[in-house]
Design a protein around this ligand. Sequence first.
Ligand code: E4P
Length: 239
Amino acid sequence: MAIFLDTGKLEDIKKFHELGVIRGVTTNPTILLKDGVRGGIAAVEKVAVQIAELIHPYPLSIEVTTNDRKEMIAQGKYFASLAENINVKITVHGPNGELDNLAVVHELETMHNVRVNVTAMMSAQQCFVAAMAGATYVSLFGGRVNNMGYSSIEEIKKLRKLLDDFQLKAKIIIGSTREVLNIIEWLHAGAHIVTALPKLVEGMIVHPYTKETVQMFLNDAAKSEVNNDQKIKSEEIRA
Ligand code: E4P
């Protein structure tokens, strides 16, 4: 079980990687745009190489920027060639339900030795089919599942059982994380990995009552130092 960081911000990745609490990074074109990555494929390539180097040997997911079958294959092979820990995100189907995407997943995995993270999935059945096509990771968007009135936890339980029963290699990544609570709940439900925004991972660590308690320790430690100083001084005077 692991936590990945869902971001393209190098400083955040560096911060949480140094803490030793993350085991990978995921991105998508929307995240990269939000995080200020502009300049097409060249800009994606640059940030991908930087992140991959920073977190090596942990994996980084980079998503293709096209839904054309040939271009997805070419981009997938290219991204994967940039670093050995880069895997390639392909959406489970195209914007109009095009089925080519799974053929791309199958080809990249079986013919080109590219590890694929099949993404933008909203149900256990989509993830199961993607796993059958050979995906290394299957990304279920838990927050979006919940937003549509379905239970992300039930989808995760069903999916984990299917992957285990069929002995499929795919690891479940749950993304679209909305609350700190999601992270532990989804891991507990059977997700291998939850990918979350830096602020949510920070929310797992920082607690207001812990802040208050630590401040109390520091205040009392400072008071005790004052007392010791005074004691030493009065002993010196007596002598
Ligand atoms: C996961 O891999 C995705 O990058 C991400 O979590 C999508 O989340 P969203 O629903 O916030 O767009």
